[in-house]
Design a protein around this ligand. Structure first.
Ligand SMILES: Nc1ncnc2c1ncn2[C@@H]1O[C@H](COP(=O)(O)OP(=O)(O)OP(=O)(O)O)[C@@H](O)[C@H]1O
Length: 584
């Protein structure tokens, strides 16, 4: 039987728990208090033991770190599951994984963090040549290459019934695969593709779960060390857990770790990445205690009532603020007009849409072509090192602007590998070179804005590197690579920054997925025609995430919620009966 609590309730700290609570219930608030409670009262946090506090995004980690304040110290590890598994399993125990010939699966000397999967054209060429046969080079034709790269990036690791991990192409890319006549790739071929990267010490984001899982499966004693190190493991947003993560969590709970999971299955929106909300719904552990939080502390009565009409399960939310607030407003008409309408009312309004494409249109209708500039530059320029070099240099400086110093340094460090005499650069030196480079580039930021990429790369970066005794990590851009030469002269540093911003998640116009866990006074949710049926006939428990995605979007609003729809048919008024409807 679930016990009712609110976001200030303290619970017993030595028992597994599961908390079910709707949007704005105060889950994050509660989790922060619970961590403080454990820090104060636990007798199991000796000198080296810590609390692991896992969130879904880096933004959420920052939020919790901020809320915990000074108390965090050395005793709490806050981060995403990928960061946690990388730091405590893959990095220290990666040496245990061997290939069929007994050679290390990962090049540990070169391994330095985990990154987004950016397909490397020269690796792909080698891989196609050896695994698929030369005649498959048609996949690299100009008009296919981008779609081919998209497919490669969208293979996920899936945990099968027999406890094996296999690759699976995300369902929304199946059509793309068939359009480019992607040959059926075997598990072995895909694994070989990954090994090329691992050999260079490059670990992709999605590989972290795979590698951690394999380490634990092949060397079960590692779980004992981990459990000893982390007597407490708390995971927020557990409705978007995936089976690999769930399995690792269960193993820890079977040792000495007290596990607490928090979530709301009506906010599960990551099925496309392999999330399984049923894992949260049926999650059970020995003597696990279940709780629920019925309040919504975020939104006004009108918004909570509107949300409740979409959510038809047994959790009935009550608005804790108990303030009527403005009616939910439906703006019928053009997207850009809706944007203008809401911006006039609140210039800090957050604008949310389901698809990247709509976000892109809303953001930069005039500079839309910039959105995929980075992808295009990678396709045109086969020199991967150079691509990464430019990318890291631009990105690191932008991160400094956002005060994300450590992230900036870790990117910049990647460009320093060898001294001019061929010897490896030590970690300490890398850090020192990276700091000096960032300082210099940051001071030149305004000047660099108008420079073409050609000038930025060949002159500015070279000049900076000359100050150190290092091997230049990147070949100069020359006329020989005609296409990239033209590209680098056409686009400026500023274009690349704008393109980066489009990918950024902190702007006020973003996808609903990127707003998870956040809240704003005013929210405008822009619905495309194809989303309308999930508004008019919501199916919160469907296997597909569509209704839940809209629900997450709507529930980010504290004070005012606007919904933009392109048109409104006469027979579709029922769910909107309490809303104000305005033709714009
Ligand atoms: N006990 C409390 N006292 C004051 N404010 C609170 C309390 N609990 C929560 N809040 C406030 O209510 C709002 C929602 O809380 P929080 O972000 O923790 O909710 P959540 O359950 O994590 O939401 P979601 O699942 O929608 O992301 C926040 O503004 C938070 O500061």
């Amino acid at each position: 039987m679930e016990e009712k609590i609110d976001s200030n309730t303290t619970i017993h700290i030595e028992q597994h728990f599961k908390i079910i609570a709707g949007p704005g219930a105060g889950k994050t608030h509660w989790l922060t208090n619970h961590v403080k409670n454990v820090l104060q009262n636990s007798t199991r946090l000796g000198r080296t033991a810590k609390i692991a506090c896992i969130t879904y995004t880096n933004v959420a980690s920052e939020e919790i770190r901020l809320r915990l304040g000074e108390t965090v110290g050395e005793k709490v590890e806050i981060g995403t599951i990928h960061n946690f598994l990388y730091k405590y399993i893959v990095k220290p125990y990666g040496f245990l994984l061997k290939d069929e010939e007994g050679i290390n699966l990962i090049n540990l000397e070169k391994m330095d963090g985990h990154d987004e999967h950016i397909p490397n054209i020269s690796i792909i060429k080698k891989w196609i040549d050896s695994e698929l046969g030369r005649r498959r080079f048609y996949l690299l034709n100009d008009d296919r290459i981008e779609r081919f790269l998209q497919c490669l990036k969208n293979f996920d690791w899936i945990l099968e019934q027999d406890d094996c991990l296999n690759f699976q192409l995300r369902s929304e890319y199946k059509k793309t695969a068939s359009n480019i006549r992607l040959p059926k790739l075997t598990q072995k071929q895909l694994l070989t593709y990954k090994k090329y990267y691992w050999n260079k010490g490059q670990i992709h984001h999605e590989d972290v779960l795979y590698l951690a899982y394999r380490i634990l499966k092949e060397k079960p004693s590692v779980i004992k060390f981990l459990s000893y190190k982390f007597p407490y493991l708390f995971i927020d947003e557990f409705q978007d857990t995936n089976p690999i993560q769930t399995s690792i969590v269960r193993r820890l709970a079977a040792e000495k770790t007290i596990v607490g999971v928090i979530g709301d299955s009506t906010q599960s929106i990551y099925k496309f990445q392999g999330a399984k909300r049923e894992d949260f719904e049926v999650f059970e552990l020995n003597e696990l205690k279940e709780y629920y939080m019925p309040d919504n502390r975020r939104s006004t009565n009108n918004i909570v009532k509107f949300l409740q009409n979409i959510r038809d399960d047994e959790l009935v939310q009550k608005a804790k603020k108990n303030r009527e607030g403005a009616k939910v407003t439906v703006l019928v008409g053009d997207q850009s007009k809706a944007l203008q309408y809401v911006s006039k009312i609140d210039h800090k309004a957050c604008v949310l849409a389901r698809n990247n494409e709509t976000v892109r249109q809303l953001k930069y209708s005039s500079t839309q072509e910039l959105g995929d500039l980075w992808v295009r530059s990678r396709v045109i320029d086969s020199n991967f090192q150079r691509q990464m070099f430019i990318y890291y240099a631009v990105f690191a400086v932008e991160l400094i602007e956002q005060k994300k110093y450590e992230e900036a340094l870790s990117l910049m460090k990647k460009i320093f590998n060898y001294h001019a005499n061929g010897s490896k650069i030590t970690q300490k030196k890398k850090r020192s070179f990276a700091i000096q480079t960032i300082e210099r580039l940051y001071s030149l930021r305004n000047q660099n804005y108008k420079k073409t990429l050609y000038e930025y790369h060949n002159v500015t970066l070279e000049e900076i590197l000359e100050r150190f005794d290092v091997e230049s990590p990147s070949a100069k851009i020359t006329k020989r690579g005609k296409k990239f030469f033209e590209f680098a002269n056409q686009y400026t540093y500023q274009h690349m920054v704008q393109s980066l911003r489009l990918q950024e998640d902190e702007s006020l116009i973003r996808t609903i997925h990127k707003a998870k866990g956040c809240e704003f006074n005013t929210v405008l949710v822009v619905l495309e025609k194809k989303n309308l049926r999930y508004l008019f006939e919501p199916k919160i428990d469907s296997i597909d995430d569509d209704t839940r995605i809209l629900y997450v979007g709507f529930s980010r609003a504290k004070e005012k919620l606007y919904i933009n729809i392109p048109y409104l048919a006469d027979d579709k008024h029922s769910i909107l009966s309490e809303c104000e409807i305005i033709d714009i």
